[in-house]
Write a protein that binds this ligand. Sequence first.
Ligand SMILES: O=C(O)CCC(=O)C(=O)O
Ligand SMILES: [Fe+2]
Length: 312
Amino acid sequence: MSESQQIESGAWPIVEPDLASALDAHARPLAALADGSIAAIVLRGTYPAASCQRLIDRLVDEGLLYDPREEMPAALREQVIPEGYYREGRSGLPESDWQRRATSDRPRIDIGTSLGYRGSDKEAFLAHSQQTHELFARVFADGDNPVRLLYDRLGAMAVDRRVVTAHEPDGRRYGPAIIRAHYGGYTYKPHFDSVRLREKRDDYAVHAFAHQFAGVLVLQNSRLGDVTAQCRLHRCFWNDEVDTHLKADTFHAYAAGQGIENVEVCLEPGDLYFFNTRLIHEVPGVPGELPRVVLATFIGYDEDREDVFVWS
Ligand SMILES: O=C(O)CCC(=O)C(=O)O
Ligand SMILES: [Fe+2]
């Protein structure tokens, strides 16, 4: 596929509501995500809403998340991820950003191992990933396992390909998925995600995949009146020209000027969606009482490979 950011014009569909419709519409749904001909695949009601609530309650009970009506526990305060944070290659987090943790009024708490956040130290990343496998085995021991559901649905869409947790050639695995809680209206500005093009992590096996997708299951949303936090996808792949607008915070004006269409993917707790993370996307925060909580993954897909890698 070319480097151009414009995708064929015409309606840009969100394929929904279930696996059957995705496979009906496209013999290879993941190929349709890869070439940008569809905006997203939405599988509604994948995880029962009651299970979402049970999981959130459990995570709060275990001190892995907190109830925003109470004060944030000190142990979590140290783990806050500043809004807008990401690391390129092997660089570290600047001191000024670490200081933003404690004072952030839009804190994000991650449960799991993020390559974007921890990947600059590979040994530490792989050791942390191992701990996440152990943590998830314990948290999801009762069989009501949303990570397995996500892998199963992805496996069905991958048709004859094999879906596995991303691993290095020596077998060491990445984190299988990550739970992210976004408090106080935490916002993802227009951005793209790519271990290859953005983070440039050429020392990781996932760097080899031509395409990167996200698979995200909503566990809880943030609501203020009628408004909930939702992802908006722009029909525009990242390239150098787009990059200047992302960095200058002028992407919205650029998109309007270019007539780039966009769609909002409206999700309820329990809905799972997949999209190509090279598309410019954003999740404007909604400072409701409760945090928006998702189970998130990245997915590596390549036409020439029969394995599909999943990581976080
Ligand atoms: O939470 C979502 O739905 C997507 C978030 C996102 O774009 C990201 O984590 O990079
Ligand atoms: Fe993203």
